[in-house]
Write a protein of this length. Structure first.
Length: 190
């Protein structure tokens, strides 16, 4: 597995803690995608996990993409060819800038007051034909009455499905985004 730094010190969560937290998610995703290869994947999907930390009023997120689709989207958005085929390419500042610009345009969160979250890129890692993109941002007030729109890869594939899972206040929920979808409210406790 090729890696770059996946956690920043400013959130106060160490890499080992973060990795333990995601271990079940990672195992599930690896099992779900083990049979897929770039030549065979016939479905277009991404999965995003967003965790809200009330003390820090921050969101930690990771989105999993098929590598070939992600490279195509980032290359088109940046108007230059971008490949993530080496550890150095995952850490390259220009590549990181291109990824962040794409994420900020395609994954949007607005607080209850309509204030947009400005994400910062934490890092990326590859595993086989998948790329994991880690990012974070501040969200005052949490997911209560927040709105989310996840449009990654919709510009490439009409059948693209983006699943967003949320974890906050002991609750877990999820939302699915298709090409025609706009902003959706984060599901709340009943």
């Amino acid at each position: 597995m090729q890696k770059c730094e996946v956690r920043s010190a400013k959130c106060g969560i160490s890499t080992p803690t973060f990795r333990r937290r995601w271990s079940a998610f990672v195992v599930f995703m690896l099992c779900a995608t083990a049979y897929a290869s770039p030549a065979r994947h016939k479905f277009h999907a991404s999965i995003t996990q967003m965790d809200y930390h009330a003390k820090a009023q921050s969101i930690e997120a990771v989105t999993r993409f098929f590598l070939d689709d992600f490279e195509t989207a980032i290359s088109q958005h940046a108007q230059r060819e971008i490949k993530f085929n080496t550890p150095a390419s995952l850490k390259d500042k220009a590549n990181g800038t291109a990824v962040l610009a794409y994420l900020r345009e395609r994954i949007e969160i607005k607080s209850a007051k309509g204030v947009p979250v400005k994400f910062t890129l934490v890092g990326m890692e590859m595993q086989g034909d998948m790329i994991w993109v880690y990012y974070e941002g501040k969200l005052a007030g949490g997911f209560a009455n927040a709105q989310v729109r996840q449009r990654t890869l919709h510009e490439l594939y009409e059948d693209q499905v983006n699943i967003v899972n949320y974890k906050y206040e002991g609750q877990q929920s999820g939302t699915m985004f298709n090409v025609q979808d706009g902003f959706k409210a984060v599901p709340q406790k009943k």
